[in-house]
Design a protein around this ligand. Structure first.
Ligand code: PAF
Length: 281
């Protein structure tokens, strides 16, 4: 796999592919690649002639007390996985080239950034939107692939792409799960064996909430039931459970066409998130 580090070089590479008529699919990541990233790569490869993956642990999306310094960075393994998966190029920019001294610009995607994870992680989606915009401007891909596990991130990036007329198609891909239902995430490696045993309860509780909501239970009761179920998970602390309109991420109203039930649960210093779609009507 070709490894590119300079922002100017990555755009040239993409342009050379596009000049030959290839469609370029882009999978942005923070590394520590796993089966969920590889499923995005497979989807990109099925739809595009060339696939480019970026690995960049973006300091701007971590809060001061978050896990930026201990976030896993197994770059050699990531490169080997990309090679085996048939990725055409791996873009691994240096932090100084992404954020040179004096860098002082941010992208703020208004209302979608504020609820849910945005409430608990102020500035997180500014950091995500800013780095994704920078990566898109550098890479200039035709399609951008993101997972639905980070449902709010996907909504924020879609909004930004629409609002700023970015010439890219944003493709949301279904959450990849372990056989017991736990959403695959780079942070799962932090879990102790006991926490790993209890972690699938988040998904189980969301699926139970989905069933209740789809059979007509009003949203406040659905949320209360899911919260109650999760309050008894050993070693866990519930951050939020919310049932929202899937397009506004605000409370559902009679015109809501589809809903999303989302949650965040802590095990010690590890924060897990997950979500499921909820049909209405
Ligand atoms: O989902 C992620 O891994 C990151 O938030 C992203 C999209 C690569 C931006 O840093």
């Amino acid at each position: 796999v070709r490894i590119v580090r300079a922002p100017a070089a990555v755009g040239k590479l993409t342009a050379s592919w596009q000049a030959r008529g290839e469609r370029v699919g882009f999978v942005p990541t923070m590394g520590a690649l796993h089966a969920a990233h590889l499923s995005l790569v497979r989807r990109a490869a099925a739809e595009c002639g060339k696939v480019l993956v970026s690995v960049f642990v973006n300091p701007m999306q971590f809060g001061p007390k978050e896990d930026f310094s201990r976030y896993p960075r197994p770059f050699r393994e990531d490169a080997a996985l990309c090679r085996r998966a048939g990725v055409d190029a791996l873009y691994h920019p240096h932090p100084r080239s992404m954020y040179p001294p004096g860098f002082d610009t941010a992208v703020d995607v208004g209302r979608l950034s504020r609820p849910l994870c945005g409430k608990q992680r102020p500035g997180h989606f500014r950091g995500v939107a800013t780095v994704v915009l920078k990566l898109l401007l550098q890479v200039q891909p035709d399609r951008l692939y993101l997972g639905e596990k980070d449902f709010q991130q996907l909504a924020v990036v879609r909004r930004m792409a629409r609002d700023l007329d970015l010439p890219v198609r944003v493709v949301g891909c279904p959450t990849k799960r372990e056989p017991d239902g736990l959403a695959i995430s780079s942070r799962n490696v932090y879990l102790t064996p006991g926490q790993r045993g209890a972690a699938p309860d988040l998904h189980k509780a969301l699926v139970e909430g989905k069933r209740l909501a789809e059979s007509g239970t009003p949203p406040p009761q659905v949320v209360a039931r899911v919260r109650r179920r999760l309050s008894s998970v050993p070693d866990a602390r519930l951050e939020y459970i919310e049932l929202v309109d899937a397009s506004t991420l605000e409370s559902p109203n009679p015109r809501s066409r589809s809903l999303r039930l989302l949650g965040a649960l802590w095990f010690g210093r590890t924060r897990l998130i997950d979500n499921v779609p909820v049909k209405v009507g």
